[in-house]
Design a binder for this molecule. Structure first.
Ligand SMILES: C[S@@+](CC[C@H](N)C(=O)[O-])C[C@H]1O[C@@H](n2cnc3c(N)ncnc32)[C@H](O)[C@@H]1O
Length: 239
């Protein structure tokens, strides 16, 4: 795992040596069928939350909460109010169970970015949104990860709304794959007047979803021929 102190390494990903950087273990979470299974991106974002100074009385948002992994981390780190937003009813039921079993106060809320904006602003916003480029329209079964041809169906509106979601002095953390254009996220966040940088990186082998669409990714120029490793990044944006 790298930090913001480490320079961005140039050159195509496929040409770089493969280093599997372990991401920290996650707490055990209850998960109803169909809810996104916490994985490397979940753990990478949770580890970056560990670096945040959570102010007293903080209002926090976990957008695209899934099992509530990040909401649990935020509440455990002392955020006073944690709103956990997701489109999926099963995700929200999972969040309730995970909060109850830990005695944590988390408010599950069914909705999307617009729902979160209506309930803002927040001191801390974290998001592990769908970000995987996909050749076909997103369907219910894949909406946990698929995000349009360039992977930015949720990322673009999220970055564009970042200043609205955050109070002055607030911080946002977003995790996504380098396949879905890190520079675009950084540029959009900067356009909204935020200081944005990459604070975590991890390289992981393709899982079943990416392995099943290498032809599309190569044809779209999103990966180098033969590339079978992706880089995950966590972006931090401060208002
Ligand atoms: C990649 S999973 C992340 C889950 C969890 N936060 C984690 O870190 O493991 C993305 C989640 O976003 C939800 N989702 C997809 N599109 C959404 C949208 N437009 N607004 C809110 N939630 C959405 C999915 O139901 C899924 O639970």
């Amino acid at each position: 795992m790298t930090t913001s102190a480490e320079p961005v390494r140039p050159g195509p990903l496929a040409a770089r040596p493969v280093v599997h950087r372990p991401v920290p273990a996650l707490p055990r979470l209850l998960r109803l069928p169909g809810v996104y299974r916490p994985q490397e991106d979940t753990a990478l974002l949770a580890s970056a939350i560990g670096d945040l100074a959570i102010p007293d009385g903080a209002r926090a948002l976990d957008l695209c909460t899934g099992t509530g992994a990040q909401a649990v981390t935020l509440a455990a780190r002392g955020a006073e109010t944690v709103l956990a937003v997701d489109l999926s009813r099963r995700a929200l039921a999972s969040v309730r169970l995970n909060a109850l079993s830990r005695g944590l106060r988390i408010h599950p809320c069914r909705g999307d970015l617009a729902t979160a904006v209506r309930q803002g602003p927040f001191d801390v916003v974290v998001a592990n949104p769908p970000y995987v480029p996909c050749p076909a329209p997103t369907v219910r079964a894949t909406r946990g990860w698929d995000a349009g041809g360039d992977g930015r169906a949720v990322l673009d509106p999220l970055c564009t709304a970042a200043d609205t979601l955050l109070r002055p002095g607030g911080t946002m953390l977003i995790v996504h794959s380098a396949l879905s254009d890190v520079d675009r996220s950084l540029t959009l966040l900067a356009t909204r007047g935020l200081r944005a940088s990459v604070v975590r990186r991890a390289r992981i082998p393709f899982g079943p979803v990416l392995s099943g669409r290498t032809e599309f990714l190569e044809a779209a120029g999103l990966i180098e021929p033969g590339q079978r490793v992706e880089e995950l990044v966590v972006l931090r944006a401060d208002r």
